[in-house]
Design a protein around this ligand. Structure first.
Ligand code: WTA
Length: 574
């Protein structure tokens, strides 16, 4: 059926000429030569992404084209070098040093990018936080990582519970200008930057030194801190070349926020390691705004996500005709399953193929992709990147033959692989329990041509609009509400968002189900955790299915929801 459908290669020129040949011969070692540290042994990803271009005479090239509803600015590599040097000096002035965790909690803006790269330049480990996080989500992450500094805005700082975070010494506020009101212990970004030197001694680090700490959700427990190291740049560089197909003259737009891994690996490092001009658009999604962004900036390579493409599809084909999108030459998608229908639609309206690719926060970089030089089977994530061995294994780690569904696994040891779960070695080891495999938590199968097909999550992790939400975090928040006795949370299939969050709730004595109460509970999660974690649907039940040991059986909730048989209930309490 859909497997037989092939969209042939459309482009006439691309960086990766022959996938099969590259898969046979490619060696990660060859990529090291692309970096100055190949000669010096000294490394810093921020140097390779910014300063190197200045040193090699490309300082006047535009690095960042930023716009939102009030600002429209561009920055050259030389300007970014100057600003990130200054910011590195600001951090040093306050005693921040190599290995310290510096968190960035602010909406997309040029200052966000300066802060990330400036902190990396002094060897700090950067923890990016999505601006929609509320206090509980911010606290969990800063507490676990023992962050010493946070860069935030006057508007967001109220969600940083400084008094409850003994390790947190510095709050750096990015206001609209230098005249902001500071409370004790707060630092003004703009006035410090004014006075800081633009000359910085970069902290040269080891390839295996920490670079980024991205928190992400699992099915149990609080979010875990996934640690990436500077060595990841090898993979960011090579995948940006062969998957994003970036070339010198490209205008590249990655729509992801740096609070998620796509917004760092491919919103910062991928393009800038190649010295490519990167577009950042602040503010919220709107189809008109997005098409305008492509038209105005003459975007050539566009990396986005299935929910966005589905929303653009929903906005209608007429709208597209109002914009000149002729600059586009390459489109990519990540984060959730990309429906074959969307791929066909993309071909019709943009005249281009949408190239799906698969990876995770933990893998740090793209692992399975569709390449411009390869036919696309709509619905498939494509084939493993050269240098990556991906396969399907059973629950004992035995490889399965083609067309058998099982655990999507990768042979461990790729350059951008996470190196640690922060302060949680046993969680880390869980991923690698079936030597020599990294077990992704996704199920998939591989067809006889070597294409991989995503089937679902093995655990209860919810993927709503491409964002990973751990049901446990939402359930924990729900039971903090005075009306909620018990709560179970599942992902409910949704045509637009992939999944939406649905909560089953048993109320405490004295509370009556009502629409008002549903809304109140929804707001409670929204204000306490994050908007994207709030259940879109709530259903009240007298009792929830639990094991005898008291664990909510999400599997049964899901079966209720989908009208499916509940399966083995032998462990359920009466
Ligand atoms: C899912 C995002 C289907 C998958 C980069 C994975 C996908 C999780 C795809 C990681 C895809 C990612 N098709 N599902 N092309 N790409 N996923 O950590 O379940 O936010 O495990 O990383 O998203 O989400 P994360």
């Amino acid at each position: 059926m859909s497997q037989q459908e092939l969209i042939p290669v459309l482009a006439t020129s691309y960086n990766l000429k022959d996938y099969e040949e590259a898969y046979r011969t490619f060696d990660w070692k060859d990529v090291e030569k692309a970096f100055t540290w190949h000669e010096t042994g000294k490394v810093n990803v921020a140097y390779e992404a910014i300063d190197r271009h200045v040193a090699e005479g490309r300082g006047d090239k535009i690095a960042l084209l930023y716009s939102d509803d009030t600002r429209s600015e561009s920055y050259t590599f030389a300007q970014l070098q100057n600003l990130t040097n200054r910011f590195g000096n600001v951090l040093r002035k306050y005693g921040i040093k190599k290995g310290d965790r510096v968190f960035i909690f602010m909406p997309r803006s040029p200052e966000l990018y300066v802060a990330v790269l400036g902190a990396l330049k002094i060897g700090a480990i950067v923890g990016p936080l999505f601006e929609a996080f509320m206090e509980a989500a911010v606290r969990d992450r800063l507490e676990d990582s023992e962050a010493v500094a946070i860069v935030t805005t006057p508007k967001l700082k109220g969600r940083v519970p400084v008094k409850e975070l003994p390790a947190l010494k510095h709050v750096i506020l990015v206001g609209d200008n230098e005249n902001i009101e500071l409370e004790s212990g707060e630092i003004s970004y703009h006035s410090e930057m004014q006075h800081a030197s633009d000359d910085l001694e970069i902290e040269w680090v080891d390839r295996e030194d920490g670079m980024l700490l991205h928190y992400t959700s699992g099915s149990t427990g609080k979010p875990k801190g996934v640690l990436h190291v500077h060595n990841a740049m090898i993979q960011h560089y090579q995948t940006a070349k062969w998957v994003l197909d970036l070339r010198e003259d490209d205008i590249y737009w990655c729509t992801a926020d740096p609070g998620w891994v796509t917004g760092t690996s491919y919103g910062i490092f991928g393009p800038w390691l190649h010295g490519v001009t990167s577009v950042v658009r602040g503010g919220r999604f709107s189809p008109e705004d997005w098409y305008q962004t492509i038209e105005k900036n003459r975007v050539t390579v566009w990396y986005s996500a299935p929910t966005a493409f589905r929303m653009l599809m929903g906005a209608g084909d007429e709208l597209i005709k109002k914009y000149d999108l002729s600059s586009l030459r390459h489109i990519l998608s990540v984060g959730e399953p990309l429906n074959p229908e969307v791929v066909r639609w993309g071909l019709k309206v943009y005249g281009l193929r949408i190239h799906d690719n698969w990876w995770m926060t933990e893998t740090g970089g793209q692992m399975i992709s569709n390449y411009p030089c390869m036919p696309i089977k709509p619905g498939s994530m494509g084939k493993p990147f050269p240098g990556i061995y991906a396969t399907i294994v059973d629950d004992q780690g035995n490889e399965l033959p083609p067309n058998r569904m099982g655990n999507l696994a990768i042979r461990k040891g790729w350059p951008s692989m996470m190196r640690k779960i922060w302060k949680n070695p046993s969680k880390y080891e869980e991923y690698f329990r079936l030597e020599p495999w990294y077990i992704s938590g996704d199920s998939a199968y591989k067809d006889e041509d070597g294409y991989f097909w995503f089937q679902g999550r093995v655990d209860d992790v919810i993927n709503t609009s491409g964002e990973r939400v751990g049901p446990f975090e939402v359930e924990s928040k729900l039971v903090e509400h005075p009306a909620v006795a018990e709560a179970g949370v599942i992902g409910k299939p949704d045509p637009m968002r992939g999944e939406i969050i649905k909560a089953f709730i048993a109320l405490r004595e004295g509370y009556k189900p009502s629409e008002e109460l549903k809304e109140e509970i929804r707001q409670f999660v929204k204000n306490g955790l994050a908007a994207h974690a709030a259940p879109r649907e709530i259903e009240f039940r007298d009792k929830l299915p639990k094991t005898r040991s008291g664990k909510i059986m999400r599997r049964v909730l899901k079966a209720w929801e989908l009208g499916l048989p509940t399966g083995d209930l032998s462990t359920m309490e009466d």
